[in-house]
Design a protein around this ligand. Sequence first.
Ligand SMILES: [Cu+2]
Length: 272
Amino acid sequence: MADRERNAQGIREGFRLAAVWVVLALIFELAAHHWVVHDPYYRVQSEQGLVSVHAFDIIVYLSTALLAFVVSFLGFSVVRFRRRAGQEPVSNVQYQRSPWFQRIWMVLKIAIVLGVFMNPDLTGMEKLWAYGLPPWNHGAVVVDVQARQWQWRFGYPQYGLPMDTKTNGRDVLVVPEGKPIKFVMTSLDVTHSFYVPAWSVKMDIIPGETRTMYLTPTTTGSTASDPMLRVQCAQLCGAGHAYMSAFVKVVTPQQFRTWVAQQQQALTASHT
Ligand SMILES: [Cu+2]
């Protein structure tokens, strides 16, 4: 076969493969979209967690297109390069040269990697950092979090509610919905990890360090109705690690104010 004819045939086949890919990718993307909007993993209940969900969705859509391409190429090769009746086995040498394909793929994959690095990677990180800065952190409710083997304790320094008071049952994390919360976290002994599955956030707590994390809950709820809405230690910290969890209550700002007032009264009563 003449070179020119072979090139023309190669281009035709390239277009055919591209057509198969486009059709398959459309079908796959529809399925992926259905999957993404129906929250396959979990209904995340914090603004910061939604940044990760957004990143996850982008990666699902991108890899779906790539999966469609791999499947198309596989199917196309099986059909196009099958051994026909009466044909001698063909060496694959003649199909190894395809400079246009290599060039396109080289440019495309660099673009994909750089694109993912910019968005969602950098844009997501920037968003998460911004939550700890003005104006996002304006009026944040400060919650002291103390981890130790094997217990969580919470204090509210702005309201004069220390975490070492036993009377108020402050091993329950109560926070207002829709307000920025600043967790100030310390450990009394070993490394623990502050993890609330429903908020989709996690941070290690290292002894000797004070770590802060900002979070804005988007939905009210409690551990009673949603076990995923609980503080769970996520770093193996000893025999009681699996049971190192704390009850969480996300309430309306009005209910939060009432709760704070009740706690302050209980505290005063215990002092007199
Ligand atoms: Cu722990």
